[in-house]
Design a protein around this ligand. Structure first.
Ligand code: FEO
Ligand code: CA
Ligand code: CA
Length: 674
C-alpha cells in the first residue's frame, strides 16, 4: 500500500503500519507510528536523562520559579445478524435493533439495522453562510471553503435551542484534510494549501426540524453559523498564558493564537460550550534541529509539515521569532456555540499534549472534573479538577472554570501482574484489574514537579508526567464518565509497539503485546467522587474477533455471541446507561469496516457487544451521539475512501453524485419517522 502524493509538501504516503492506512498515517498523524516512540522515558529515571538535555529554549520559560534547578523545557438497511448473533426475539426500548453483520473492508456502504434509515445532515463543502457558493468540487477556492462545512468531521454534538427540540445548533471538528482526493489534479498548490487550511478547524451550524425523532435540516443563513479556521483568534487562558514559552513575533504578548489544529474528539460541557482536542499538531510545522521537548511531542527534523510555512512564516520554526509557534497548539479549546461573536479559548491549565478530547462532570462539591487522553503509543491519561465551582445558570462564570485548576496524571497498578505474559490470557482472579492513583502535576496554580516551572509543566506536560511516574498506556483516546453510574470509560485504541524489544512490556492494564485491537478500561473513582485521588480499575473489553481466534475478553459474556470489535476510539452513553463505542482502524485488523457498537454494562448481558452501524470503505466512525429517547443516532463519517485516488475513488459516500467522497455528519432514525 504505497501511494505517492500528487501534491508537493504533503507528508509522504508510502508508510503503513499497525491499524492505519498509509494515507491516514501520513495525513492524520504525520506518520506518528513510523517515527520513533516519543515516550522513551523510564519515568522515575528520567530526571537524570533530561537534565543533560536542558535546552536554551526551556530556559526562556523560567519565571519566578527556580531557574537554576529548571530541567525541561443512502439508505442501505441491512438486517443480517452478525456472526453468532441471532435477531433478538423481542426488541424493546426506543432504540431497538438487531446487530448487523460486520461489513468486509472492501465494501463501500453505510449500513444500518433493519427498520432504520439514514441520511446526511451536513457534508463537506455544504455552504453555511448566505454568501457561500454551492459546493462545486471542480471549482473550489480557499475563500469558498472558509464559507462551507470543513473536511473530515470528527467530534460532533447537537445542542438544543428550544424546549420543543425543533431548533438546535450543531458543532463539529474538522480534524485534517486529504488533498489527494479533495481537489482535481493540477490545482495550483498554493490554492490547494489554502483550501486545506480552511478545511481544518470547526463548524457551528443551526439546525431545524418538524419535531422530535425527525431528521434535522441545517439552516444556511443562520446568524449562529460560524467557521473556525486557522485565521480565527483564540485567547490563551490559565497559568501559561503570556509566558515566554508561547510568545512569538506575531504575538509578543503570548495571549492570542490564530487558529486551531487537528481537532479530534471533544466534549460538551454542562454549561453548553464545546471542548475540542488539538491532537496531532506536530505535523504542521517545519523544524530545524528539534529540542528535547519537541522530540517528546514527535516534532522532528524529518517532519515535512504540510507546506503551510510557504504561505505563513509562523509554520516555520526556523524563522526567528516563530520558534515557539508549535507550543501554542496541543490544547483543549472551548467555544461557545450560542455566541458567534465570542472569542474561543485555549486552556493551558489542562495541559498540552496530543489531546484526543475532554469530557467534564460536576463533582459533589461543585468543582468540575475533565478527563482527557493523550493519544500516542505509551502516553498517558489525565484529569483536571477546577479551582472554582460550577454555578447553575451562571454561564459567564462557568465558562471560566477550565482556566484554573489542578492537573493530574494516572498511575495504574495491577493485582495480577505476575501472571501477565502478553497473550491477553485472563488472570486467575478472573479480571484484569487493580488500583490506581492520580498523580499531581500542578496544584493551586503552581508546579509540583521539581525543576519545572508551572509554565513548563503546562506547555511540556508530557515531560512533567514522565517525571511524575505515570503509567504508559496503549493510546488512550476518548475518556468519558457515565452520567448514570459515574464510572469512567477509557478507549485504548491499540499499540503495535507494546512489548516489542526496548518497549514497555505488557502489563495488566495493557495485557497484550503488539496490541492490534485495543481495549476499554473502566475506572471507579474512590467514593465514586471524581475529585478522588485514588481509584479502582478493570478492563471491560479486550477487543478483537473471537471468530478469527483472537484472544479477547468481554467481561465474561460469551464470546461467540458478540459482534467483533477493534480499535475503540470514541465513547458515548445512551439514556439507559449503555456504553456506545465508535471505532477507527478495524479494516486492517479484523478486516471489517469501522462501526458503531452498543455495549451493555449491567446485568447478565454485561459485556455484550452489538454492532449498530457500519461506515463506508476506509472511513472511521466519529461522534457519536446517541439519542435513544427519540430513536436517533448521529455519527460523523470521517475520511471515507481515503486510500483511493481522484481517478479511482474507493468510496463515493454519501452517494450524492459527487465524484469524490464527502466526509459527512449522518443521522440515523427509525424508518417510520422519515
Ligand atoms: Fe484523532 Fe486519536 O484520533
Ligand atoms: Ca487481576
Ligand atoms: Ca479519535
Amino acid at each position: 500500500m504505497s501511494t505517492a502524493s500528487k501534491f508537493p509538501n504533503l507528508p509522504m504516503l508510502g508508510h503503513v503500519r499497525g491499524k492505519r492506512s498509509a494515507v491516514t498515517c501520513a495525513l492524520k498523524c504525520d506518520n506518528a507510528c513510523a517515527a520513533a516512540v516519543c515516550n522513551t522515558s523510564e519515568n522515575n529515571y528520567l530526571r537524570d536523562i533530561v537534565s543533560a538535555e536542558l535546552s536554551r529554549r526551556s530556559m526562556l520559560g523560567v519565571g519566578a520559579v527556580g531557574a537554576m534547578t529548571l530541567l525541561l523545557g443512502g439508505t442501505a438497511t441491512k438486517a443480517t445478524a452478525g456472526p453468532g448473533l441471532s435477531p433478538a426475539a423481542k426488541l424493546s426500548g426506543s432504540l431497538p435493533f438487531s446487530a448487523i453483520a460486520p461489513v468486509p473492508y472492501t465494501v463501500d456502504e453505510f449500513t444500518v439495522p433493519e427498520g432504520y434509515s439514514w441520511e446526511p445532515l451536513i457534508k463537506w463543502g455544504d455552504p453555511i453562510f448566505k454568501k457561500a457558493p454551492a459546493f462545486d468540487i471542480n471549482n473550489q477556492s480557499p475563500e469558498s471553503q472558509a464559507l462551507q462545512f470543513g473536511y473530515n468531521c470528527d467530534y460532533v454534538d447537537i445542542l438544543p435551542l428550544d424546549d420543543r427540540n425543533k431548533r438546535a445548533v450543531l458543532v463539529a471538528n474538522h480534524e485534517y484534510t486529504n488533498e489527494n482526493i479533495m481537489v482535481p489534479p493540477g490545482t495550483d498548490p498554493k490554492v490547494v494549501r489554502g483550501i486545506a487550511m480552511n478545511g481544518h478547524g470547526m463548524s457551528v451550524v443551526e439546525l431545524k426540524r418538524s419535531g422530535e425523532g425527525s431528521p434535522w435540516r441545517y439552516i444556511q443563513n443562520s446568524d449562529l453559523n460560524r467557521r473556525i479556521t486557522m485565521d480565527t483568534p483564540f485567547t490563551l487562558t490559565g497559568p501559561a498564558a503570556g509566558s515566554a514559552l508561547v510568545r512569538t513575533a506575531g504575538d509578543p504578548s503570548g495571549r492570542t493564537v490564530l487558529g486551531t489544529l487537528n481537532n479530534c474528539a471533544g466534549g460538551t460541557t454542562p454549561w453548553g460550550t464545546v471542548l475540542s482536542g488539538e491532537e496531532n499538531f506536530q505535523g504542521y510545522f517545519k523544524v530545524g534541529t528539534p529540542t528535547a521537548e519537541q522530540r517528546r511531542y514527535g516534532i522532528t527534523s524529518t517532519n515535512p509539515g504540510r507546506g503551510w510555512h510557504l504561505d505563513e512564516p509562523r509554520f516555520d520554526s526556523t524563522v526567528p521569532g516563530y520558534e515557539n509557534e508549535a507550543n501554542r497548539f496541543g490544547y483543549i479549546v472551548e467555544i461557545d456555540p450560542e455566541d458567534p461573536a465570542s472569542t474561543p479559548v485555549k486552556h493551558t491549565a489542562m495541559g498540552r499534549f496530543k489531546h484526543e478530547g475532554a469530557n467534564v462532570t460536576i463533582a459533589p462539591d461543585g468543582r468540575v472534573v475533565a478527563y482527557m487522553g493523550d493519544d500516542e503509543r505509551f502516553d498517558y491519561l489525565y484529569k483536571f479538577v477546577s479551582r472554582d465551582r460550577y454555578i447553575e445558570g451562571n454561564r459567564a462564570h462557568n465558562k471560566t472554570l477550565l482556566a484554573n485548576g489542578d492537573l493530574f496524571v494516572a498511575r495504574f497498578t495491577g493485582n495480577s501482574e505476575a501472571e501477565i505474559n502478553g497473550t491477553g490470557a485472563l488472570p486467575t482472579d478472573g479480571a484484569f484489574d487493580g488500583s490506581g492513583e492520580w498523580l499531581l502535576l500542578t496544584r493551586n496554580g503552581q508546579s509540583v514537579i521539581p525543576g519545572m516551572s508551572i509554565e513548563q509543566v503546562l506547555v511540556f506536560t508530557r515531560l512533567a508526567a514522565d517525571l511524575a511516574g505515570a503509567t504508559k498506556m496503549d493510546r488512550p483516546e476518548d475518556v468519558e464518565p457515565s452520567p448514570v453510574t459515574g464510572k469512567v470509560y477509557v478507549a485504548c485504541t491499540n499499540n503495535s509497539d507494546r512489548g516489542k524489544p526496548g518497549r514497555a512490556p505488557a502489563d495488566e492494564l495493557n495485557p497484550r503485546t503488539e496490541n492490534r485491537d485495543g481495549h476499554i478500561v473502566e475506572i471507579t473513582e474512590t467514593g465514586n467522587n471524581p475529585t478522588a485521588t485514588t481509584f479502582g480499575w478493570n478492563l471491560l473489553l479486550v477487543c478483537g474477533d473471537p471468530a478469527q481466534g483472537d484472544v479477547t475478553y468481554f467481561s465474561g459474556y460469551p464470546v461467540d455471541r458478540v459482534s467483533p470489535i477493534s480499535c475503540p476510539d470514541n465513547v458515548a452513553f445512551d439514556k439507559a446507561g449503555n456504553l456506545w463505542i465508535s471505532t477507527d482502524g478495524a479494516p486492517s485488523g479484523i478486516g471489517y469496516n469501522d462501526g458503531l457498537f452498543k455495549v451493555t454494562l449491567d446485568g447478565q448481558d454485561r459485556g455484550k457487544v452489538e454492532q449498530f452501524l457500519s461506515v463506508p470503505r476506509d472511513a472511521e466512525t466519529c461522534g457519536p451521539i446517541i439519542k435513544d429517547d427519540e430513536g436517533m443516532v448521529f455519527v460523523a463519517v470521517q475520511h471515507p475512501g481515503e486510500d483511493g485516488s481522484w481517478e479511482a475513488p474507493n468510496s463515493l459516500f454519501p452517494y450524492d453524485g459527487t465524484r469524490a467522497p464527502r466526509p459527512s455528519v449522518v443521522q440515523v432514525y427509525r424508518a417510520k419517522k422519515k
